[in-house]
Design a protein around this ligand. Structure first.
Ligand SMILES: Cc1ncc(C[n+]2csc(CCOP(=O)(O)OP(=O)(O)O)c2C)c(N)n1
Ligand code: SF4
Ligand SMILES: [Mg+2]
Length: 408
């Protein structure tokens, strides 16, 4: 790594939460995992959790690689075994916040049995599940969540199976916090992860996410931007929705929100309660009685709250600086005078751009739309159309002209 690259990486706002020395990452362009990891890192920062008391566990798969990019203690464990490893970590070190970040194949396919039992026990861990409807890393096979009729490498004629509805599965098994977002809903996702990190019990967050290379391409659903647009248009926010009614159909509406948030003794709390009843108040775990451990937990909670308040104060300060700077930026007098006209022109050019876009080759227009304002898009679309027309003429002429040479 050159000095400049190192400097650039260290200056990243994510330095300290993500391992900048390991960038660039392996995920494909448009894949949802990158933005989810960013949201996770941001949530950890805001939560006030001591990074030394946080562990991240991943299984195997594209999502499983998350463990290698976070700058916390982490384990990249075997396929389907992230939850049992996380359970072991939590039991051995109850003061640790333990997060599982893995794919739906890993967590609910090969690891499905561990998933339902950890939820049933209300194990005090956070499970973040990247649901991209496919086994991304191994070539796009069908998974337990692939929508009915979707194409995968093992269901080339459309999936004949019916998928799991993950929030319902988690709910039926006993999870005490259940939410679903898409990789487009970064703010909600940050908030939700922060909330899950601050509570006790089995928290499950599903993130619907595009696997651009295998799922989208095979189903002819466009690229990462198309997926985000689809999520924006088809996600329906319904906090408290009945988990029985949040199935995902192929290209249907996606119900998002926080569905479940309830209190129930965690596995360790229930164990303590039983043991105190049988052994008496002298019962100890790790050499400490229940009240001693509770006092420790309370003190840690106060430290986390103080750190969280400090982070919030920093953010507020940064916001004030931005507001002050933007207040100083002079506004052009022409922009001040004619807002109505500008709005009209923009509307008109958008219409022209839309018309042109409908006629010109899709790829070129998409690129232009992403980068340029409406007027420029119309121009680009028109020139793309001209080029396309030229090509057709050249092709026709070539077809008419006698072949000079025959290829051997
Ligand atoms: C015991 C075992 N079986 C199968 C595999 C092969 N394998 C590796 S990753 C993977 C699929 C992972 O899918 P998912 O969890 O959905 O993650 P994604 O790649 O989609 O993020 C499979 C089947 C393995 N590594 N170990
Ligand atoms: S194969 Fe799919 S899931 Fe894996 S990195 Fe690429 S887009 Fe993401
Ligand atoms: Mg997957």
């Amino acid at each position: 790594m050159s000095m400049d690259t190192a400097k650039f990486k260290n200056a990243s706002p994510m330095a300290g939460t993500l391992r900048m020395d390991r960038m660039a990452h392996i995920w494909c362009p448009g894949c949802g995992i990158g933005s989810e990891v960013n949201a996770f890192a941001e949530a950890v920062k805001r939560s006030g959790i001591d990074p030394d008391k946080l562990a991240v566990v991943s299984g195997i798969g594209c999502t499983g690689r998350v463990a290698g990019y976070v700058d916390f203690d982490s384990i990249h464990t075997t396929h389907g075994r992230a939850i049992p490893v996380a359970t072991g970590l939590k039991l051995a070190n109850p003061n640790m916040k333990v997060v599982v970040f893995s794919g739906e194949g890993d967590i609910t396919g090969i690891g499905g049995n561990h998933f339902i039992h950890a939820a049933r026990r209300n194990m005090d861990i956070v499970v973040i599940c990247n649901n991209n409807f496919t086994y991304g890393m191994t070539g796009g096979q069908v998974t337990p969540t692939t929508p009915h009729l979707a194409v995968s490498s093992t269901t080339p004629f459309g999936n004949h199976e019916y998928p799991f509805n993950l929030p319902f599965l988690a709910d039926a098994a006993g999870a005490t916090y259940i939410a679903r977002w898409t990789s487009m809903h970064s703010r909600n996702l940050i908030q939700s992860i922060e909330e899950a990190l601050s509570r006790k019990g089995f928290s499950f967050i599903e993130i619907v996410s595009p696997c651009t290379t295998l799922y989208l391409r095979r189903n002819r659903l466009g690229d990462g931007v198309d997926a985000l647009q689809f999520y924006q248009e088809n996600a329906v926010l319904k906090h408290g929705a009945d988990t029985r009614e949040v199935d995902i159909d192929f290209q249907g509406k996606i119900i998002i929100g926080k569905f479940v948030d309830k209190n129930k003794p965690t596995y360790s709390e229930a164990l303590d309660e039983r043991c105190v009843k049988v052994v008496g108040d002298d019962y100890e775990l790790y050499g400490k009685t229940v009240p001693e451990r509770e006092a420790e937990e309370k003190a840690e909670k106060e430290r986390v709250a103080a750190r969280r308040a400090a982070v919030q104060a920093e953010e507020e300060k940064a916001k004030r600086v931005v507001t002050k700077v933007s207040a100083k930026i002079p506004v052009k007098s022409s922009a001040k005078k004619a807002p109505a006209k500008v709005a009209k022109v923009t509307k008109a050019s958008a219409k022209t751009a839309k018309k042109a876009a409908a006629k010109a080759p899709a790829k070129t227009v998409k690129k232009a739309v992403a980068k340029a304002p409406a007027k420029a898009v119309a121009k680009k679309a028109a020139s793309a159309k001209k080029t396309a027309a030229k090509k057709i003429v050249t092709k026709k002429a070539a077809a008419k002209a006698p072949a000079k040479k025959t290829r051997k």
